[in-house]
Design a protein around this ligand. Structure first.
Ligand SMILES: Nc1ncnc2c1ncn2[C@@H]1O[C@H](COP(=O)(O)OP(=O)(O)O)[C@@H](O)[C@H]1O
Ligand SMILES: Cc1ncc(C[n+]2csc(CCOP(=O)(O)OP(=O)(O)O)c2C)c(N)n1
Ligand SMILES: [Mg+2]
Ligand SMILES: [Mg+2]
Ligand SMILES: [Mg+2]
Length: 359
């Protein structure tokens, strides 16, 4: 039971926080853009001329997005913020502000909520996001946390799902499948999310990928600033699902190549031991919060150099087929043996029965 009332709880969770450090300062005098923050009926935010707002919302629900054995409270808070920042990164936006809606059962400990907020603010501060408000309610059973994030992007420069064209190169900004493997490890081993010290480093990396994903804001900004990004999506439901969204929004056919997918040694090691198919985890696992998208084929080397210069990952994983091969939008996979087959439109889907990555 929270031992303070609603208003006490809000003060407890948000008071005394140092937040945020801006990532990219605007023109002289824009400050952090918060004219009115927490404490009034709504926040008042300054807009910058030459920019458009980018707004997104994602929710986390017990047993769907986390279980006590898979996530600490700190991790739940961190990931709730990170999944939203990832959607801003997918648009090529600069994250700026967030509001947080929390519904808490009466028997939930205040200390757990404080840990959740520690994680939430840790992620917000890391990406320069000011938490400017929210809402707090009681609820009959399981806690939910919902974040609405606001970013900004130079006018008409947002990276859309619909911008892929024939001849484009398809990229991902890092290895995939680690989060799904981390989830499998936590569920299968019955390993408590609170007791990881004994795990080998590679296993800890899988668990960290699941609990503390790192949204790829800098990657999105490189693609906007250079003007070389053509289309983009973030990988929340799995690469196959996100590639399908790009293909359908753009009206094109994407061909991914198995041998080009970046494979992390922690993933292949765990998959081997646990009897899982690493390709299934990479394509259908989800919650990677890496970016996938396209650039013009002739720009791929230049983009690679820009990413290399920043020490960021950029992996070519396929291309968009020529117009004459694109009657119906879709995604193909060229397998290791050279065969090419349609890739199932499968991934995490809230209202479908079978969600297992290794099905
Ligand atoms: N309840 C809702 N009301 C209005 N729009 C929604 C709702 N749920 C999702 N959307 C919109 O549908 C689109 C797809 O949502 P989603 O698949 O959750 O995207 P993502 O995977 O990037 O989070 C987004 O534009 C999102 O804003
Ligand atoms: C206990 C547990 N079971 C399964 C999963 C896997 N999982 C839950 S939601 C999800 C997809 C991403 O969440 P969603 O709400 O669809 O985010 P969005 O696509 O809107 O960003 C995945 C892979 C998990 N994280 N925890
Ligand atoms: Mg969503
Ligand atoms: Mg998204
Ligand atoms: Mg989803």
């Amino acid at each position: 039971m929270p031992r303070v009332d609603e208003f006490g709880l809000i003060r407890l969770l948000t008071g005394g926080r140092s937040n945020p450090a801006r990532v990219e300062q605007g023109p002289a005098g824009t400050g952090d853009g918060v004219a009115v923050g927490i404490g009034d009926d709504a926040a008042v935010l300054d807009g910058r001329s030459g920019f458009q707002w980018v707004v997104t919302c994602d929710t986390m629900v017990r047993d769907i997005h986390f279980k006590p054995e898979t996530m600490t409270y700190e991790a739940i808070g961190y990931k709730a913020m990170a999944s939203n920042i990832s959607d801003l990164a997918a648009m090529g936006a600069i994250p700026r502000f967030a509001v947080v809606a929390l519904s808490v059962p009466a028997d939930m400990e205040t200390e757990a909520l404080r840990e959740l907020y520690d994680g939430l603010y840790a992620c917000a501060n890391r990406y320069g996001v000011a938490v400017v408000g929210g809402d707090t309610t009681s609820c009959p059973r399981d806690m939910t946390v919902s974040v609405t994030a606001i970013g900004e992007v130079e006018t008409d420069r947002a990276l859309l799902r619909s911008g892929a064209r024939p001849g484009d190169t398809v990229f991902v900004t890092g290895p995939l499948g680690l989060s799904a493997a981390g989830l499998h490890l936590l569920l299968a081993a019955g390993r408590s999310a609170y007791d990881l010290a004994g795990l080998p480093e590679e296993r800890q990396r899988l668990v960290r990928a699941h609990q503390f994903p790192q949204p790829q804001v800098e990657a999105g900004r490189i693609l906007v600033r250079s003007g070389l990004g053509r289309s983009q999506n973030d990988v929340s439901d799995g690469l196959a699902s996100e590639a399908w969204e790009l293909a359908e929004a753009s009206g094109c056919v994407i061909r991914l190549e198995e041998t080009l997918l970046p494979v992390d040694s922690a993933l292949s090691g765990y998959a081997r031991e646990a009897g899982l198919n690493p390709l299934e985890l990479m394509l259908y696992g989800g919650e990677d919060y890496r970016l996938t998208g396209t650039v013009r084929g002739e720009d791929a080397a230049a983009v690679q150099a820009l990413f290399d210069a920043e020490g960021l990952e950029f992996h070519v994983v396929g291309h968009v087929l020529a117009d004459e091969d694109s009657a119906t939008p879709g995604v193909l996979l060229k397998r290791r043996d050279g065969s090419i087959s349609p890739l199932q439109k499968r991934g995490y889907n809230h209202f479908k029965e079978d969600q297992s990555a290794d099905a």
